[in-house]
Design a protein around this ligand. Sequence first.
Ligand SMILES: [Zn+2]
Length: 93
Amino acid sequence: MVSTYQPQGPYCQSCSMPMQKPEDFGTNSNGNQNQEYCRYCYQNGNFTDPDITVEQMIEKCVDIMKKMNLPDMQIEQVKKYIPMLKRWSTKSV
Ligand SMILES: [Zn+2]
């Protein structure tokens, strides 16, 4: 068995990207670091892509992961994982 997917926290509550370096974090409108979202998703207090749906976010991430040659197993787990993140789970569907 392959070990389960356990990203090293903290990780982005929008795209599940692990945020390890200070520059990986998004920024609030006051310029402070945002602890919940990465810089690709959140900048200056706003989502960089406010209208994206969870399906589109999954597609985008799967695309990136395929380019990174990550194993299918891991990609499948991320697909299930993204809808549970804070950005998507609090939204009424
Ligand atoms: Zn993100």
